[in-house]
Design a protein around this ligand. Structure first.
Ligand SMILES: Cc1ncc(COP(=O)(O)O)c(C=O)c1O
Length: 459
């Protein structure tokens, strides 16, 4: 396997980044012994595993959808679209498993990461499977955040991350994102003036960012900006949490998807371990299966696994085996072909939604066309001049009264500041409903405009 990395990147020492909390978690005395069961000849009296023969499932058969675009051509199986879990494999699926995930799924994911990000499997990174990426992002932040820490957050940002960060003893620093994603100039402005704006305070330890088809902005950061951000990460010594939940939903021009931070770090910074990558199967296999995975330095993975071994114990073995049964048929290339088909589906949804949005909202709202993901981040133009009006009341009250639900932009602001934006999702809505939703939004904006104009006449 070849790599674009220089011959020997340095390894970032994760130790100083780990929180005091992460040091409180201890091996639970049972799960930490599980790996020893794999030693040939070992007789295990370890775990209180239930006896699988008492489970009511004889076999579980799944039918794949052959029609989904991207599905690779049938193999020489009799029926390549039917998967049956039975006997040992079913027992394994129904049983407790390893904390970090099912070993063969982890191997498959490592192969995928090497294929996609061109990172050699040289021991500098490991994989932890999780109950969706949300679970492992939370645990990672637990493992990193200390009392009094400063935490850089791309803004606007996915509220799911804000939800758990709100419980942590850190101060959030907003780093602006625009139609091109995270803005490195703003990041640099924050960091280069840190000592004057935050005298005596520690520099931020972590940056959280959503590089592809961001939730909520829909923006995808170009490679040039990623390189600038990576250089700042090294210069100011912070870890970069790359939440790439929408990476597989890229539908922009072929061959122009920016390489990931994880792919770029050895080349740009000649180091490894500063980027902590989160992937999710939620948007391309199933969100209900709750499967995601972290790719990070082995030490950080171990810190997170320790939390899991004491809390949720492990990600669902059942979900992992089901996912593996499909992924192993596809291989990384087949999986990516499937993802391309899914992305194409969302591209046509985006086109449909933009069509009706242009029809009803031209002159009343603006947005940037996304090249990945499932969101439009729409800026309302309540005033006919360029003044901005906060969308909160309009969207959370007036739009609801008109029968249309969208997320007011304030939900995505770490410090809850006002914003004229709202987020719409075009993932499941059909054209007639999308058309009606945009028509209702138009009425809401027109009424708000009329009110604003009347108020300005009174002034
Ligand atoms: C940006 C972002 N990150 C993470 C998640 C969580 O994904 P998962 O279902 O893998 O937990 C979501 C879910 O919508 C998301 O939008």
């Amino acid at each position: 396997m070849s790599s674009t990395a220089p011959s020997s990147p340095t390894t970032v020492d994760i130790g100083p980044f780990l929180s005091q909390m992460s040091k409180l978690w201890k091996n639970d005395g049972i799960r930490s012994l599980f790996p020893l069961e794999n030693i040939p000849g070992m007789i295990s009296l370890l775990a209180g595993r239930p006896n699988s023969s008492t489970f009511p499932f004889e076999s579980i058969t799944m039918k794949l959808k052959p029609a989904l675009a991207g599905m690779p051509a049938p193999t020489d199986d009799d029926d390549p679209f039917t998967i049956t879990l039975e006997n040992e494999e079913l027992n394994e699926a129904l049983q407790y498993g390893m904390t970090a995930g099912v070993a063969r799924l982890i191997d498959w994911l490592a192969e995928l990461q090497t294929h996609v990000h061109k990172r050699v499997q040289d021991g500098s990174w490991a994989i932890t499977v999780s109950a969706g990426s949300q679970d492992v992002m939370y645990k990672t932040c637990q493992a990193l955040v200390d009392d009094g820490d400063y935490f850089l957050v791309e803004t606007p940002v996915y509220p799911g991350t804000l939800g758990f960060l709100a419980t942590m003893p850190c101060t959030l620093i907003e780093v602006h994102a625009d139609s091109q994603g995270l803005n490195p100039a703003n990041l640099e402005a924050i960091l280069s003036t840190w000592e004057t704006t935050n005298p005596g305070k520690p520099y931020p330890k972590v940056l959280y960012t959503i590089p592809s088809g961001s939730n909520p902005t829909g923006a995808s950061i170009p490679e040039g900006r990623k390189i600038e951000v990576l250089k700042l990460a090294k210069k100011y010594n912070f870890l970069l949490l790359e939440d790439d939940a929408y990476a597989f939903l890229y539908y922009g021009p072929a061959g122009q998807q920016a390489r990931s931070y994880f792919a770029l770090e050895p080349e740009v910074n000649a180091e490894q371990g500063r980027v902590v990558r989160f992937d999710s199967f939620s948007k391309v296999l199933s969100s209900g299966m709750r499967l995601g995975y972290m790719t990070a330095s082995p030490r950080l993975c171990a810190a997170v696994n320790l939390i899991t071994s004491n809390t949720s114990l492990q990600p669902s073995t059942f979900s992992q085996i089901v996912a593996y049964s499909v992924l192993s048929r596809w291989g990384p290339k087949g999986f990516l072909a499937h993802c391309a088909g899914v992305a194409e589906f969302y591209r046509s949804r985006r086109d449909m939604f933009e069509r009706v949005a242009y029809k009803h909202l031209t002159g009343l709202a603006e947005w940037t066309t996304p090249v990945a993901g499932m969101f439009l981040y729409i800026k309302l133009r309540v005033h006919s001049d360029n003044r901005e009006a906060d969308s909160w009341d309009l969207i959370s009250t007036k739009a609801v009264a008109k029968g249309v639900l969208a997320v007011p932009g304030t939900a995505f602001m770490p410090l809850r500041g006002p914003t004229p934006f709202l987020r719409v999702s075009f993932s499941i809505i059909e054209e007639p409903m999308a058309d009606e939703a945009c028509r209702r939004l138009r009425e809401v904006i027109l009424e708000a405009r009329a009110e604003a104009e009347a108020a300005s006449r009174i002034d």
